[in-house]
Ligand binder design. Structure first.
Ligand code: ATP
Ligand code: MG
Length: 336
């Protein structure tokens, strides 16, 4: 376990600014996720921590020690890449042992470590199998195991679930969370999937264009996004944004109003302080149903109550729940 500190970290690839002056403190044993759209600098940040890239500016500390000049193998971190590759001709056991070979440990210690990983990751019975004889999730676990047997102080995971199908992704998500609870290693996780970030992490760092926009627990960011981008990126279906002059409670064209789908109710009769619209389609996701309402050329999503059914092409009035409006400055995008 270890603390990780990023201090004014910048990485430029010629004229491309991949990471722009980010500072972040990751606590001992924390599960922190860097989340943001493609190209925002997540992998580069992870590679800088791993020592696979050198910062253009700024410093990286692991447990108080500046590691800028330490080679990757001396940093006590393990990284699992997005396109993890197992050695195809080696059994599960040999794949797990591979990283340990370079570590000066006795044969017995190595054997114990491998046994520990096999039990921890539920790979018992698979020891002699080749990667091609495993399912995607099992292969994924071997890749994780390979990183874990090295007993890193910090585990760096770059979209480790992206090769899996939706169902397996969900299962591995739970497994990862359980694993973290057990081993308590500091984990820095990278994903562009906000749902994955929300469910796995102690805290998130929302990134955009090489910058960190907000750091906080999933609840904090969901309930109090600092700007329009964080508000729209975290949550599904995304927060609705309505120009202030259309919202009776606000009536200000300089303000952008954000309302989450679960904070709107629909009325089939006209009511004051409501936004008029026309119902479009309803999306059924099983447990949740979302109604889309057209308010002058803009579709607004509304989460319906479990048994609520509203017909299509009907005039309706939308009213936001008390105290649930998010107000943003239209010019700067910042929360007001
Ligand atoms: N070796 C490199 N040379 C030049 N530009 C690079 C290099 N690596 C990354 N970049 C650029 O830096 C920016 C950040 O890339 P990075 O891989 O960190 O993004 P990411 O957030 O991990 O994206 P994704 O979700 O698509 O993996 C991008 O604009 C990318 O094109
Ligand atoms: Mg990446």
């Amino acid at each position: 376990m270890a603390k990780v500190k990023l201090k004014k970290l910048t990485k430029k690839f010629k004229e491309v600014l991949a990471v722009g002056n980010i500072s972040l403190d990751i606590e001992d044993g924390e599960f922190l996720t860097l989340v943001g759209p493609s190209g925002c600098g997540k992998s580069t940040t992870l590679r800088l921590i791993a020592g696979l890239e050198n910062p253009t500016q700024g410093d990286i500390y692991i447990d108080g020690q500046k590691v800028n000049d330490l080679p990757p193998q001396k940093r006590n971190v393990s990284m699992v890449f997005q396109s993890y590759a197992l050695f195809p001709h080696m059994s599960v056991e040999s794949n797990l042992a591979f990283g340990l070979k370079i570590k000066k440990k006795s044969a017995r210690e190595k054997q114990e470590k491998i046994r520990w990983a096999i039990d921890l990751l539920g790979l018992s019975g698979f020891e002699k199998r080749l990667p091609k004889e495993l399912s995607g999730g099992e292969r994924q676990r071997v890749a994780l195991g390979r990183a874990l047997v090295l007993e890193p102080k910090v585990l760096l995971l770059d979209e480790p679930l992206s090769n899996l199908d939706a169902k397996l992704r969900l299962r591995m998500r739970t497994e990862l969370k359980r694993l973290h609870k057990k081993i308590k290693t500091t984990i820095i996780y990278v994903t562009h999937d906000q749902a994955e970030a929300m469910t796995l992490s102690d805290r998130l760092a929302v990134m955009r264009d090489g910058k960190i926009l907000q750091v906080g627990t999933p609840e904090e960011i969901y309930q109090k996004p600092k700007d329009v981008f964080c508000a729209g990126f975290i949550g599904s279906p995304p927060m609705n944004f309505i120009s202030g002059e259309k919202v009776p409670q606000v009536k200000d064209k300089n303000i952008m109003v954000g309302i989450r789908p679960e904070h709107l109710s629909v009325s089939l009769t006209k009511i004051a302080q409501a936004i008029p619209g026309k119902t479009s389609v309803t999306e059924t996701l099983g447990s949740d149903n979302y109604l889309y309402v057209d308010i002058s050329d803009q579709l607004i999503s509304v989460r319906l109550k479990p048994d609520e059914r509203i017909p299509e092409d009907k005039s309706v009035w939308l009213f936001p729940h008390q105290g649930k409006l998010h107000l943003f400055d239209k010019t700067t995008g910042k929360r007001i």
